[in-house]
Design a protein around this ligand. Structure first.
Ligand code: SAH
Length: 344
């Protein structure tokens, strides 16, 4: 896909960032990404509902219901591994349109004692998406709480399972090149521009939210599964990318109106989690995770039960598993602390 590096759109956030830079000087790439995603007024994750076929990008749970169903079974077997406690706290970070949790809960309903034990918290900072989640999950409302972030969740003593798909790639990245932090300033025409060399960039994401997971794990055993686009081991390089309407664009083109992400460095993430006392499982490729969870058997059964949808089910599963696509580019990593067996 071609990306025009010159185009700049005058989004409301572009105007306010340019005014800020004229007044105070260049900002770091980290601040730029943080503003683009999280600015209270204009941030992409504050107002937009950009996920899905009609939006900016599509995610695994939106591609196939099998994805969420398999994670539901994974949570159920973790509950069994804990000797079926009367209460299990299931947290999802960044639940998007609520599709993953709807698929998890549909599977859970077939296991009445497991379903009765579940209390669910959805950590979501986007009020538009929260409304969509509430509509989609209305049938299970009694079991679900919403909050704006992990910092609002209090431990209740029951074991905790955390799920997060495509959350880590939204955490702002620090970029360093030639020993200096990379900046966004203005070019001679007054447009947003990267300042300095863009060669041999080294990226580090801020995984500080792990402190909140560590705090929750002080009170009860905790296991978390993160699935995201990224690499197994660290490699220097610029991975900041923007997508709008399923098309790549330059990261400075549409501040606040495009999804900005980076590739997660799973080695760095694992190190940050280990430093906070977690044991690590993986990372493994998404295709390996779904294969271990029995995706082929589940898809066959679903296709046999819904012959009219068999083609669509097969296509969705093929996309999740694609060796040159999502199956290998996405990775799964498990974190656990306390008396918890590996999730996979
Ligand atoms: N998991 C969903 C959505 C992925 S998009 C899916 O797979 O379809 C990223 C999600 O994380 C969005 O719901 C976004 O609003 C949410 N998000 C981003 N930053 C967040 C934060 N700091 N706290 C809570 N949710 C956040």
């Amino acid at each position: 896909m071609t990306v025009d590096p010159v185009v700049r759109r005058e989004t409301p956030l572009a105007l306010s960032l340019k005014a800020r830079i004229r007044r105070d000087g260049p900002i770091t790439v980290r601040d730029y990404m943080d503003c683009c995603l999280n600015d209270p007024e204009h941030g992409y994750y504050r107002g937009q509902t950009a996920i899905g076929a009609a939006g900016d990008f599509i995610t695994a749970p939106e591609i196939s219901q099998v994805f969420g169903e398999l994670l539901g079974l994974l949570v159920a077997s973790a509950w069994q591994g804990l000797s079926e406690p009367a209460s299990l706290h299931l947290i999802e970070i960044g639940p998007g349109r609520g599709t993953l949790m709807a698929d998890v809960l549909r599977v859970a309903q077939r296991l009445p004692r497991f379903y009765a034990a579940l209390s669910v918290t959805l950590a979501e900072q986007n009020t538009v998406l929260e409304a969509e989640q509430k509509a989609r999950l209305a049938g299970a409302a009694a079991r679900i709480r919403w909050c704006g972030g992990l910092h609002e969740i209090a431990a209740d003593g029951s074991p905790v399972i955390v799920l997060a798909n495509e959350f880590l790639d939204t955490l702002p990245v620090r970029q360093v090149a030639g020993g200096a932090e990379c900046l966004v300033g203005l070019d001679q025409a007054g447009q947003l521009a990267f300042i300095g060399t863009r060669d041999a960039i080294f990226e580090t994401q801020d995984f500080g939210f792990l402190d909140q997971l560590a705090a929750l794990s002080e009170a009860a055993p905790l296991a978390a599964l993160f699935i995201d686009y990224g690499h197994m081991t660290g490699a220097p390089g610029d991975t900041l990318q923007a997508v709008r309407g399923h098309v790549s664009e330059h990261p400075l083109t549409s501040p606040g109106e495009a999804d900005l992400t980076v590739h997660v460095d799973f080695e760095a993430f694992a190190a940050a989690a280990r430093a906070r006392g977690f044991e690590i499982d993986g990372p493994i490729a998404q295709a390996d995770l779904l294969g271990r969870l029995g995706i082929m058997e589940r898809a066959s059964r679903l296709m046999a039960a819904n012959p009219a949808k068999a083609g669509a089910i097969e296509m969705g599963v093929a996309r999740l598993m694609a060796p040159q696509g999502m199956g290998s580019r996405f990775k799964a990593i498990g974190l656990r602390r306390g008396a918890m067996a590996p999730l996979f």
